[in-house]
Design a protein around this ligand. Structure first.
Ligand SMILES: Nc1ncnc2c1ncn2[C@@H]1O[C@H](COP(=O)(O)OP(=O)(O)O)[C@@H](O)[C@H]1O
Ligand SMILES: CC(=O)N[C@@H](CCC(=O)OP(=O)(O)O)C(=O)O
Length: 265
């Protein structure tokens, strides 16, 4: 039997920061008839609040070094304000959303990020077996629409801050066992650009060879690198389709207009 279609859709900080654009996006998201999961970041809002509270922030390799005070900020912003606001807006659109962190229902268990030269503090890394697929499937079968923040846990009582692109990627990978998953990374550019300043330089299809070429030419910077790493990992682990696209073009993508950059391997 054919697998049921499931969209895993990730939105980031720039969209969440803009009330009108977020509302437009959520209207399109709510209209999706197929099964769907939303994953949100909110990095920009967390950085703004940390600045107001005089808590210095450091990003390394696209990840936030997370000390205890920063963990408190990101938990309040991602698992609190942002997650609950998105759920409320979706409820207003008659989409029966339910907000989760990874700790809820043990849905996503993470390991503290360990790399040799830097201590990231309370940052979690996730792999596809981190996901409690059985429970998540039950929510989907109840026609509930899961909305995930980028907060996970280690099952030892600690919350961990996890890159939201990674959360979307592992959810897509884990659910590909049972569903025909399309993973959409929605952000503020039309996709991967040859020249980030030139919107007309869209790369329609990106395979690992082209990725290495763009990387060696220093054409991939900031947030796009972890996003692409996660996108390739998803594609290499049975996610049927992985696309990076502009957050204003979701409807076109759903209408099979092939927006953005599709990942090939
Ligand atoms: N070649 C590139 N193509 C597209 N975006 C790029 C490129 N190089 C760097 N970027 C940057 O990556 C950003 C997306 O990453 P990020 O800010 O982390 O998004 P989000 O918060 O939505 O996850 C873009 O806004 C852009 O500034
Ligand atoms: C560990 C880590 O870096 N976590 C991210 C989680 C939020 C996120 O990914 O937000 P965007 O998608 O809006 O960038 C952070 O705190 O910035």
């Amino acid at each position: 039997m054919d697998k049921q279609k499931l969209y895993v859709i990730k939105i980031g900080g720039s969209l969440i920061d803009n009330e009108k654009d977020l509302m437009n996006f959520l209207e399109e998201f709510a209209s999706i008839k197929a099964l769907k999961i939303l994953v949100h970041g909110g990095g920009k809002l967390a950085s703004d609040l940390a600045e107001k509270l005089n808590i210095p922030q450091q990003m390394t390799d696209g990840r936030r070094v997370t000390d205890q005070k920063t963990l408190d900020v990101v938990t309040m912003v991602y698992a609190g304000k942002v997650n609950k606001n998105i759920v409320a807006k979706l409820q207003n659109l008659n989409c029966n959303a339910i907000g989760f962190s990874g700790a809820d229902g043990n849905l996503i268990k993470a390991e503290k990020r360990v790399v040799s030269n830097i201590d990231y503090g309370f940052v979690g890394d996730v792999v596809s077996k981190s996901v409690n697929v059985d429970l998540l499937q039950k929510f989907l079968e109840l026609q509930l629409v899961p909305v995930f923040s980028a907060i996970t846990h280690n099952k030892k009582g600690n919350l961990l801050n996890t890159n939201a692109d990674s959360v979307a990627s592992v959810l897509a990978q884990a659910l590909s066992q049972n569903y025909d998953v399309e993973l959409l990374y929605c952000f503020d550019k039309d996709g991967v650009l040859e020249n980030v300043e030139n919107p007309d330089s869209l790369v329609k299809n990106l395979n690992s060879k082209k990725y290495e070429q763009l990387r060696s030419e220093n054409k991939l910077n900031e947030g796009i690198l972890p996003k692409l790493k996660n996108a390739f990992t998803a594609k290499e682990n049975n996610v049927n389709k992985v696309v990076l696209l502009n957050e204003t073009k979701l409807q076109n993508q759903l209408n099979h207009q092939n927006e953005g950059t599709e990942i090939d391997i």
